[in-house]
Design a protein around this ligand. Structure first.
Ligand code: NAP
Length: 496
């Protein structure tokens, strides 16, 4: 068990409150991973002050020089990949193959940042007046608040930290209470790579105290948040009142459509991976399966057989397919949705119960669960469950499948399996989601492409790729007049 401290101005400091909290392994609740400071608004203020001081110098370091630090971050992460992945499996529960992938996404994001620093172009635009040039630059904003969830303990923090810092901002991050250790290790890597003191600060503690203190602090210029739509609304409200920039990446209720002409074996593999990977705890998890009527019975019988073969257990075991849920509370939420589904009249095809065989008795395991004969109005077809629960719906044809697909308040990711090129393209056009997959499940984003959703999944920003840099920079428009005379735009006319 390791004792972690806040990371402020390059130093490891306890909370001024003197209080701490524990982080435990969801596969074995007896194992304590670390002890962390339970911080207060006072600790947050100290971190923001340090980030403010550091900003003055950091913003003036040329982009390509900042990007060299990002390359060193990637190199250290490559060396530490296995160590970080194992820690993440212990603190969050997802299987080791996936936590290696989570760290890899962070490495890729750092490498992308290392290139982006040499090519973050502005525009050069002709002027309507002679002897005058016009251009745009991108500038940092100041001190950012970064608030992250627990399901991607390294990847999501890196999506925020790297573009934020590369753009010349400084930051205070509050990681999720369930997964603070991964961010603690990441901060040490950034320091080792040469990120100056105060540029990144980590403050641990609960959302209600530390998160709110970040949001409400007048020196925070923007908040980048990933988490539930419920908390996202709160963040948006405070940022709106205080006129802070605000990027929200929120929940999903992602649908996967299988049409009768699809490669059914391929679709089956995709559904299993999309629905039960990360124990269903991905914002992009496949939580609704929409089957064209003529393949419905065959598909669900094959799906049941395959789902029941998935191996549950401690994610450090390389043979395990499905790890635990992150907490007892999350397991209770999942189980309460199973009860709701039954009451609503959906048919439980498999699962629907806590799993406690052998060593799993000490963790928060739940059997992969499939409801069939779900109708679009049911709560299990509408609300984000965030667990290994798949709702299967029936569609009479392509048009109805798309209607069901779009019939939720969320709009993150969608998928369609078909061999019909026309229908695939029509689905791309009609899907009301920020991400669309063809012949692949709803999960599997790559870090160099925009990531985010429509409707209640966010407020229109896109993390990932070049668009993440739009969040963390401000456009500055520059006019340079070299005529030596006063030229009045829209008033003077150029006569040759
Ligand atoms: P959450 O409960 O909304 O928490 C997210 C973060 O916000 C945590 O760090 C939390 O702190 C903090 N927080 C809670 N209340 C706050 C407040 N009043 N002010 C400021 N911060 C506050 O979400 P979660 O359970 O960690 O994550 C699961 C959710 O994230 C799901 O809805 C999932 O779909 C979504 N998600 C979305 C994306 C995406 O890119 N669209 C990606 C991943 C996850 P504590 O940990 O201390 O509560």
């Amino acid at each position: 068990m390791k004792e972690y401290k806040n990371f402020i101005d390059g130093k490891l400091l306890p909370s001024k409150s003197g209080r701490t909290f524990e982080n435990r392994n969801p596969a074995n609740w007896d194992e304590v991973i670390g002890v962390f400071p339970k911080s207060t608004a006072e600790d947050v203020a100290q971190a923001i002050e340090s980030a403010k001081r550091a900003y003055k110098k950091w913003r003036q370091i040329p982009w390509p020089k900042r990007s060299e630090i990002m390359r060193r971050v990637a190199e250290i992460m490559i060396q530490k990949k296995e160590e970080l992945a194992r820690l993440m499996t212990r603190e969050m529960g997802k299987v080791i193959k996936e936590t290696r992938g989570d760290v890899q996404e962070g490495i890729d994001t750092a490498l992308y940042a290392s290139i982006q620093g040499r090519k973050y172009f502005g525009y050069t635009v002709p002027s309507e007046l002679p002897n005058k040039s016009c251009l745009t630059r991108r500038e940092p904003l100041g001190v950012w608040g970064l608030i992250t969830p627990w399901n991607f303990p390294i990847a999501i923090p890196t999506w925020k930290i790297f573009p934020c810092l590369l753009s010349g901002n400084t930051a205070v991050i509050k990681p999720a209470t369930y997964t603070p250790a991964s961010v603690g290790e990441l901060a040490q890597i950034l320091q080792e790579a040469g990120v100056p003191d105060g540029v990144l600060n980590v403050v641990y503690g609960g959302g209600g105290e530390v998160g709110e203190a970040i949001l409400n602090h007048p020196d925070i210029v923007g908040v980048s948040f990933t988490g539930s739509s419920e908390i996202g609304r709160r963040i948006g409200e405070v940022c709106g009142k205080r006129l802070k920039r605000c990027s929200l990446e929120l929940g999903g209720k992602n649908g996967l459509v299988v049409l009768k002409d699809a490669d059914l074996e391929l679709a089956l593999e995709g559904v299993l991976w999309g629905a039960f990977g990360t124990t269903g705890q991905r914002c992009t998890a496949t939580s609704r399966l929409i089957l064209e009527e003529s393949i419905y019975d065959e598909f669900i019988s094959r799906l049941k057989e395959r789902a029941e073969k998935l191996k549950l257990g401690n994610g450090l075991d390389e043979d395990v397919d499905v790890g635990p849920l992150v907490s007892e509370a999350q397991r209770q939420t999942v189980h309460s949705y199973v009860e709701i589904g039954k009451k609503e009249g959906a048919r439980l095809l498999t699962g629907g119960e806590v799993y406690k065989e052998g060593e799993c008795a000490r963790g928060w395991f739940y059997r992969p669960t499939i409801f069939v004969d779900v109708t679009p109005d049911m709560r299990i077809a509408q609300e984000e469950i965030f667990g290994p629960v798949l709702s299967v719906l029936r569609a009479k044809d392509f048009e109805e499948a798309i209607e069901i697909l779009n019939g939720t308040t969320y709009g993150l990711s969608s998928s369609i399996y078909t061999r019909d090129l026309n229908k695939a393209h029509k689905a791309i056009e009609l899907a009301e989601t920020g991400i669309v997959y063809i012949n692949a499940p709803t999960i599997g984003a790559e870090c160099h492409l925009p990531f985010g959703g429509m409707k209640n999944t966010g407020n229109g920003h896109r993390e990932g790729g070049w668009t993440a840099y739009e969040i963390f920079t401000e456009v500055k428009t520059v006019y340079i007049d070299y005529s030596g005379a006063l030229q009045k735009a829209q008033i003077d006319t150029w006569e040759g």
